[in-house]
Design a protein around this ligand. Sequence first.
Ligand SMILES: Cc1ncc(C[n+]2csc(CCOP(=O)(O)OP(=O)(O)O)c2C)c(N)n1
Ligand SMILES: CC(=O)[C@@H](O)[C@H](O)COP(=O)(O)O
Ligand SMILES: [Mg+2]
Length: 630
Amino acid sequence: MKTVDPNSLLNQIDSPADLRLLDMAQLRALARESRQFMIESVSSTGGHLAANLGTVEVTLALHYVFNTPDDKLVWDVGHQSYLHKIITGRREQMSSIRQKGGLAGFPKRDESPYDAFGVGHSSTSISAALGMAIAATQEGNNRRVAAIIGDGAMTAGQAFEALNHAGTLDANLLVVLNDNDMSISPNVGGLSNYLARILSGRTYATMREGSKKVLQKMPTVWELARRAEEHMKGMVIPGTLFEELGFNYIGPIDGHDLDAVVTTLRNVRQLNGPQLLHVVTRKGKGYAPAENNPCKFHGIGKFDPETGESQGGGTPTGKTYTRVFSDWICDMALADDKLVGITPAMREGSGLVGFSEQFPDRYFDVGIAEQHSITLAAGLACEGIRPVVAIYSTFLQRAYDQLIHDVALQNLPVLFAIDRGGLVGADGPTHSGNFDLSFLRCIPNMLLMAPADENECRKMLSTGFRHEGPAAVRYPRGTGPGVEVDSDLDTLEIGKAQVCRKGKDVALLAFGSTLTAALEAGEKLDATVVNMRFIKPLDEACVCELTANHRMLVTLEDNAISGGAGSAVAESLAAHDITIPLTHLGIPDHFIEHASREEQLAECGLDSDSIYHRIQRELAARIATLRAVD
Ligand SMILES: Cc1ncc(C[n+]2csc(CCOP(=O)(O)OP(=O)(O)O)c2C)c(N)n1
Ligand SMILES: CC(=O)[C@@H](O)[C@H](O)COP(=O)(O)O
Ligand SMILES: [Mg+2]
């Protein structure tokens, strides 16, 4: 593969102002160089490649036509913002992307004035852009605001809530719908089918002529008559849905035809009121391995740019918790035909590929619709089905009310298999699952577990699945300590902790994945180490017993200290009127920036060395006040 020439156009673009000096031929050349640069760059850092390759022309055209940063571009999810970063002064820093101290993988307001809105979770762009457009109107400012949203992100409720609102206003909002017929995996649902129908309709035939089309906000009389006729015939006509919502629908246009995109955007930028431009692109465009396997190249570790083959490092060697879940759900589904598996658009990441193939009738990918996924599970559970919702901790945040109101309040047996609990590494704070123990443990009826190893994870999944009420098993991204996983479907005794090591003076109460580091530190300290297993119900008897023969307790968790598992221990001690020196180790009260998970854990003092030194310091400082234990 050719490397990008140091004299290339791309190397001369330090801001969109430089871009705007180029003619169309140069812009096309820049598009080619940009693809090459991103392939090379991401091959050595890892990151979200396929979406970025698919939005090269759209990105260049938007910055070419819109007066950024005064005009605002709001990227949805933001995983497709690499070229935006490159041409807004961050080209040289691309080698640091997603690493500690380096560029974030998503737009971030404090990283650049061009990053109009911080993102990472999907389907927020239209709401945020609408807010900015309304603000511009109220300030009497003529700035333009564009939200760039994918067909996957468009499946989420919030996107529709925003469209529904925007369509009734005069705000100058442009929604660019980037339709590549893919979410992370193939997009699903009625909207996806609708978009496909638009493309297969007759408008698609004229798509390539999109740039020639004169855009009018008001449809002509002929156009209105044609629409009425098509309605009469019961046919859906292109753009109807968006037009019914109050948008002026433009497209579909070929999102890789730079001239078409630039010309269309120039026209659209002149129009007032809500506009929706439908561009059709290909995920992974211009790089055969990514075009052929957009799912693999959605988010990828380091790879060989020549072949597209993954190169070590990024791929864990041991069994990931995701894999443990993946095996368990297939085994449990064989044992219990009432089990169904649900994912809100995270089939690969959540480990449901095997299940979806083996049990296609019991598998539901609901699109990026976390709220729906949970109320759907509640409905299924009402009728005697045993749903398992596989969901990332960070995305579960979206569905908190559904979890409380629809599942827990009705004490329905839904199992939440919560992946990416705690710190997640390179995706950074948008994707960290640092709050789930806090926000789940306060909900009545919840059974809440965090496994310390792979085998315990399997047993907890079985325990939660067999429980007659809502249950959650929360496990981290990546591999466990390497414990062999049994093939049985045995359950654990609910609410029972496990003393792993008996020591003196200090007892370490470890929740979930912190056990490994706690055991290492506990050896050096000759401390008692307990695998707490259950956050709810907490093993209160065990906690009380530990206070009787130790001078100090230390809780450890891969969760926010505020309101987390350690707080549960503190509440229990208070309820039993016990006072004892108590230290909480966990994630402090600020957002932890992107870095490797190990670096993040060290930053939070959750690696074994930090745990050891912290406890030694605490012991020294508290020596005078420590309870005497004879
Ligand atoms: C609320 C939420 N759920 C799930 C995700 C995970 N996710 C990131 S990108 C993506 C697919 C988005 O598809 P689309 O918007 O079409 O963009 P494309 O990758 O196709 O360009 C998903 C499911 C997320 N970021 N946010
Ligand atoms: C952008 C996004 O939300 C996903 O692509 C996410 O980055 C996936 O994370 P994992 O790599 O942990 O599956
Ligand atoms: Mg898409």
